[in-house]
Design a protein around this ligand. Sequence first.
Ligand code: NAP
Ligand code: GCO
Length: 266
Amino acid sequence: MNIFSLEGKNAWITGAAYGIGFAIAEAYVKAGIKNIVFNVRSQEAVDKAMEAYHKAGITNVKGYVCDVTDEMAVKALVEKIHAEVGQIDILVNNAGIIKRIPMHEMTRAEFQQVIDIDLVAPYICAAAVVPEMMERRQGKIINVCSMMSELGRETVSAYAAAKGGLKMLTRNICSEYGEYNIQCNGIGPGYIATPQTAPLREKQADGSRHPFDSFICAKTPAGRWLDPEELAGPAVFLASEASNAVNGHILYVDGGILAYIGKQPK
Ligand code: NAP
Ligand code: GCO
């Protein structure tokens, strides 16, 4: 028996059109998953993502239009998944946004939008899948956390507040539903090369590296940005039976950032 196998399981990964969510979906397919379900905010984004999945040779995937902050739409989506795909064995709360604006220049509406997508939506999605998981006494919920679940930095107050909150939501879901054999854990990616972080890696007008790019390489013992595919092992582990006794844990996949004081200046 392969304790890392996802055979026979269905996974719903929010916002898995590209980036980290897509890489997790690919990893689940390699681990034998029965069906991948994802949702994004427009039909155009669903169609584009479906093309990318098919190009990657993945056909056991279904995409839906659903904004994760819309509670009614999420409840309707969960019913639709149950009817069209089957039970949801694994939920990955991946959809997320960031706004890089100094806190004193940010509007309340901007702050609120980040909290709504990065913290309230994982609650909405988890609450929507938990009753059926409780009935079956089995379920895996994985929340995509961040370095900002532990650290702060300039301009990301709302994001850090949301991801810090998501860490505690993870621990609370574990506390509240562990007795139903539901495991809720977090993955805490370090700095991953995706569209979300592309502005931090853009070349300067003179062709030199973005200062933030050099900063991250100096803060990471590995000396580089990580690729979304490097989250594959941890994402499969937390979705599989291999992690049945791991609950309320945040597994940081950061190339060592949180362990490191940073490269000393030359
Ligand atoms: P990304 O490339 O920007 O992808 C985010 C995905 O979420 C997109 O498919 C986006 O789709 C979807 N999304 C956003 N808001 C949504 C909503 N309201 N409803 C449904 N879907 C929504 O981001 P990523 O870098 O892959 O990040 C994925 C997750 O990892 C996020 O939670 C992020 O905070 C976290 N993370 C990223 C890094 C990193 O370095 N990249 C590190 C740590 C944690 P549309 O916008 O097309 O709807
Ligand atoms: C930023 C980044 C981060 C990362 C990630 C770190 O502006 O500092 O976008 O917050 O995306 O979440 O783990």
